[in-house]
Write a new protein. Structure first.
Length: 73
């Protein structure tokens, strides 16, 4: 049985190095132009000109900032 509880990391709102806090997912008809966008540039590419996506928005990029597990804080 799967439990729907928060992990200790989620409860504390710690940084999660797995994703950039500026990576956002598109919803609705706008998603046809690309599934993700960067909240720093408000475009489908980041400040460094590379595409915004979960696989490319890693800590190897200069613009990367770790997000929090709970929310986009």
């Amino acid at each position: 049985m799967r439990r729907f509880t928060r992990s200790p990391r989620q409860a504390r709102g710690e940084a999660d190095p797995a994703f950039c806090r500026h990576l956002q997912a598109r919803a609705g008809p706008a998603a046809a132009g690309g599934s993700y966008w960067c909240s720093k540039t408000l475009r489908s590419d980041g400040p460094d000109g590379s595409a915004a996506s979960p696989s490319s928005c890693t800590d190897e990029r200069a613009c990367f900032e770790a997000g929090t597990v709970e929310g986009r804080g």
